[in-house]
Ligand binder design. Sequence first.
Ligand SMILES: CC(C)(COP(=O)(O)OP(=O)(O)OC[C@H]1O[C@@H](n2cnc3c(N)ncnc32)[C@H](O)[C@@H]1OP(=O)(O)O)[C@@H](O)C(=O)NCCC(=O)NCCS
Length: 330
Amino acid sequence: MEIHITHGQIAKLKKKLCRKRVLIYGTGKFFHRIYKDFNLAELNIIGVVDRKYESNRFTQGDFGYKIVHLNEIRKQNADCILICLENPYRAETQLKPYLNKNKIIALNKKSPLSSAIYNLSLQMQKIKNRKNFVLIKQDGTKIYNPKIKNLKVNLRGENPRVEIYEPFEAKIQCEISCADNSLVRIHPYNTYQRARILAGCGNTIEIGACTTIGEACFYLSRTKHTKVKIGQDCMLSSGIIIRTSDGHKISDKDGNMINPPQDVIISDHVWVGARSMILKGTEIPSNCIVGACALVNKKFKEENCIIAGVPAKIVKRNINWDRNLPPGDN
Ligand SMILES: CC(C)(COP(=O)(O)OP(=O)(O)OC[C@H]1O[C@@H](n2cnc3c(N)ncnc32)[C@H](O)[C@@H]1OP(=O)(O)O)[C@@H](O)C(=O)NCCC(=O)NCCS
């Protein structure tokens, strides 16, 4: 079997694993090869075996790691379980009854060594990031890696962070994906339906208290550190797109970029109408309304205005708005 892994990758992996307790389910030939070839003896590994416990010759010799039976998994307090079997799906079913809640399982798809190591490293990253998704209760208590109904959180790479303050409600499926060093902070009393936040490396998005989202997609730059700031008591309608970058580079004839990513700032108590597109560099002051289907791409400075059209301009001044339905409306 070919191994497409560099020594640098292995060194990095070992560094990640060195303080973790890793359970290996499937300490057969396949794992033994990984163990030997990559000299995993330095790591804190515990092998797990099931019915082959007595007969498997790979579990009987002294390989430098402890072997336990399936039903002893819980006692091991492992940070991670790596499944090292040809058929990981079967293994997962077998393992399930023995696992603690939220225990992490790495699957090596059809067993090439490189993918096993890669998966292990991904899992270790997940373990590292486990405390980076936090729900802050009203009394200040923090719950790490919480389960929130209708909210899927994906943390990738180094140090992404999601902070959500209660009360928070996701009424219909929402998703937050964070890459390296990005931060998503949602203040209390937010209610969302179909909100999707994609924060690229080093980007920040902060959404003020009492803000509601009907349906919105936030695309933060993948290449540059940008931020989206939404104030308090904002009302984002449905079909809204907010972007801090165009996603692709436009350059002048000398190759200089002419469309760099920029922050988007929406101040307090702004109503963003349905199907609006808010582009890089936009600023919307407090108490404004963005009309339906507007394309906003400028910094507006005047509060209490209606901003509408393509591209958006001020169409009315000295207005304000509130969430209550007009009388007779439903
Ligand atoms: C922005 C909005 C609230 C303004 O309503 P209004 O105060 O009654 O404004 P008016 O209809 O008097 O319009 C004022 C001017 O702005 C223009 N305008 C209003 N909304 C516009 C829009 N979405 N796009 C382009 N121009 C618009 C009007 O044509 C009018 O122009 P004119 O003076 O040249 O005739 C309303 O037009 C709108 O877009 N509503 C949709 C809100 C929404 O998305 N709700 C979903 C539930 S959260």
